[in-house]
Design a protein around this ligand. Structure first.
Ligand SMILES: N[C@@H](CCC(=O)N[C@@H](CS)C(=O)NCC(=O)O)C(=O)O
Length: 226
């Protein structure tokens, strides 16, 4: 087995790649990274100085691959499985990449902003930045709701990279800024994602760490039981 994923089971961007790996039953070794441990954080930064998780390494090809969208494209090209996460057709691939960017930039990143602001010391909070993040999330929820009225999955009829991106973004996004009441198509799509074995497995592995999530008190009870 040549693939190793450096990750943490609670980290939302790690969920994105884990879903891709589980969709295709791709064999890999998991290496848990605790960025709160300065020595481990320094070792991880030697792998990828930006210090962001996850990172995939492939000893068979001597490759270190950061950035979730690129990691998933790497897996799709070099370790293909039954689920083609980026279509060969150029126009369909562009649609997948668009919705991958959409969920990363307009749902995942603002969700992170809201979560990480709670970890700041008192006096260092960014009230305006958090308000802007909530506004971006609500704009994105509205756009996604409209889109998902006509699409089963994030970029059409089949599961793709874009759904790997959407799943953790909506999981944590829906806790910090709920979307279900005003966005029925988005809510129904999220339920479709939750039915997937890959997503359930990722959440089961995250569950022992849920107590570390700053908004754990707002987590729906069902997430502790699934
Ligand atoms: N654009 C990156 C984002 C990765 C990211 O933000 N990872 C978070 C964990 S969910 C992280 O490593 N945070 C640690 C930090 O910022 O110090 C990707 O897609 O891989």
């Amino acid at each position: 087995m040549s693939l190793t994923l450096y990750q943490h089971p609670l980290a939302s961007f790690c969920h994105k790649v884990l879903i891709a790996l589980y969709e295709n039953d791709t064999p890999f070794k998991s290496s848990l990274v605790d960025l709160l441990d300065p020595a481990e954080a320094a070792r991880f930064a030697a792998l990828w100085p930006a210090g962001k998780m996850p990172v995939l390494t492939d000893s068979a090809r001597d490759v270190v691959m950061p950035e979730t969208s690129v990691i998933i494209e790497y897996l799709d090209r070099h370790y293909p499985g039954k689920v083609k996460l980026i279509p060969d057709d150029v126009d369909r691939a562009l649609k997948v990449r668009l919705w991958d960017r959409f969920f990363d930039l307009y749902v995942h990143v603002p969700m992170q902003k809201i979560v990480t602001d709670t970890l700041r010391s008192s006096g260092e909070n960014d009230r305006r930045g958090v308000e802007d993040a909530r506004a971006t999330l609500n704009l994105a929820y509205g756009m996604a709701d409209k889109h998902l009225a006509e699409n089963t999955f994030a970029a059409g009829d089949s599961v793709s990279l874009a759904d790997c991106a959407a799943s953790p973004a909506l999981f944590y996004g829906g806790i910090v800024e709920p979307f279900d009441e005003k966005h029925p198509h988005l809510a129904a799509y999220f339920e479709r994602l939750l039915e997937r074995a890959s997503v359930r497995r990722v959440l089961a592995e995250a569950r022992p760490y849920f107590h570390m999530f700053p908004y754990r008190n707002l987590m729906p009870e069902r997430f502790f039981e699934m």
